[in-house]
Design a protein around this ligand. Structure first.
Ligand SMILES: Nc1ncnc2c1ncn2[C@@H]1O[C@H](COP(=O)(O)OP(=O)(O)OP(=O)(O)O)[C@@H](O)[C@H]1O
Length: 303
């Protein structure tokens, strides 16, 4: 198997052939990564997850999981992954333990994993309570316990924290980090909110209208974030200052009577101030504005 657990090559798909949901997507998910697949509502996240699980037929491009083409190896591939697409389907009138037992029976898996998966998701104490008394977070954890039964190398989760309160989000986040660290499980999960996953993911793919507008490590996304930081300057004569700096700073702009200069590092801010003062202008305000990852995400996903 190569470097990637999930790989797509020029994958295109449309429910209606005239309206593609994606056009030539090249997804690359490294082994042991926690890959956050993000995009606004309707961007195509669920559709791509359904394609990865072989739940939708694709006509152009290739999907490779564990180094094998999905077409022709679906059963083998699916036996190595656990998935949770939207809400888990649970028998609400039965206990958590019985839900897991039934899943073991239906899928022909040994029942000896029952205690282990309950422990992994922190539901041992609530195992004998009916599922309709569970919180949304507990139901989600039970869904994960079921997904973990075959000891998957890869977990594919569609919006696993959608609708959860902050405590539920933290619980799921900690559980996924634990699974990744302790068992090396590769995790591919989708979300429409970067803020929910920022603290969890090692890699990020951002989808906008069926196009992958960013794919890379969290560190690479932070570099994009840094590139978008600016220095806002107010002086005794901003028009004159604009003309003074224009040659050195071709992308300088004058907005709402403030000068906006791209931020590179603090040394450059010092040089900028020196130049303005040497020209005999007074500096009233210098402010470095950093955008957070959510701003970068909004920028990448907006028109
Ligand atoms: N079964 C379907 N038949 C036709 N069009 C569909 C179907 N399912 C989704 N679509 C369309 O495909 C596009 C992508 O939808 P998809 O559900 O994959 O997006 P998403 O990113 O998962 O959105 P959300 O965050 O709202 O779940 C949307 O325009 C949607 O209307």
């Amino acid at each position: 198997m190569g470097r990637f657990i999930i790989e797509t090559n020029d994958l295109s798909f449309g429910y209606d052939k005239k309206v593609p949901v994606f056009d030539k997507i090249n997804l690359q998910v490294e082994a042991s990564a926690i890959y956050g697949f993000m995009g606004p509502n309707g961007a195509g996240k669920t559709t791509l997850i359904r394609l990865l699980l072989g739940l939708l037929p694709h006509e152009t491009g290739q999907i490779t999981l564990f180094g094998k083409h999905l077409a022709g190896n679906r059963i083998d591939i699916l036996s190595r992954l656990g998935c949770l697409v939207e809400q888990p389907s649970l028998y609400e009138n039965l206990t958590g333990r019985d839900n897991i037992r039934i899943n073991c029976m239906v899928r022909g898996l040994p029942k000896n994993k029952l205690h282990t998966v309950l422990k992994m998701v922190g539901l041992t104490d609530a195992a004998d309570k009916r599922v309709d008394t569970y919180s949304l977070g507990m139901k989600q954890r039970l869904g994960l316990a079921i997904a973990l039964l075959p000891e998957p190398e890869l977990l594919v989760l569609d919006e696993p924290v959608n609708g959860l309160d902050p405590t539920g989000i933290i619980e799921i986040r900690e559980l996924l980090i634990h699974l990744n660290k302790e068992y090396g499980t590769t995790i591919f999960l989708s979300s429409h909110l970067l803020s929910e996953l920022e603290k969890l993911v090692t890699h990020i793919g951002i989808l906008r209208k069926g196009e992958l507008v960013f794919q890379g490590s969290a560190v690479e996304l932070e570099a994009v974030q840094r590139q978008q930081s600016v220095v806002v300057v107010d002086t005794s004569n901003n028009q004159e200052c604009f003309l003074l700096l224009k040659n050195d700073q071709p992308v300088i702009s004058l907005k709402a009577d403030r000068l906006i200069v791209p931020y590179r590092d603090k040394m450059e801010v010092g040089e900028l101030c020196k130049k303005i003062m040497l020209a005999g202008l007074n500096i009233y305000e210098v402010k470095v504005v950093h955008h957070d990852l959510e701003d970068v995400f909004m920028k990448l996903t907006s028109n």
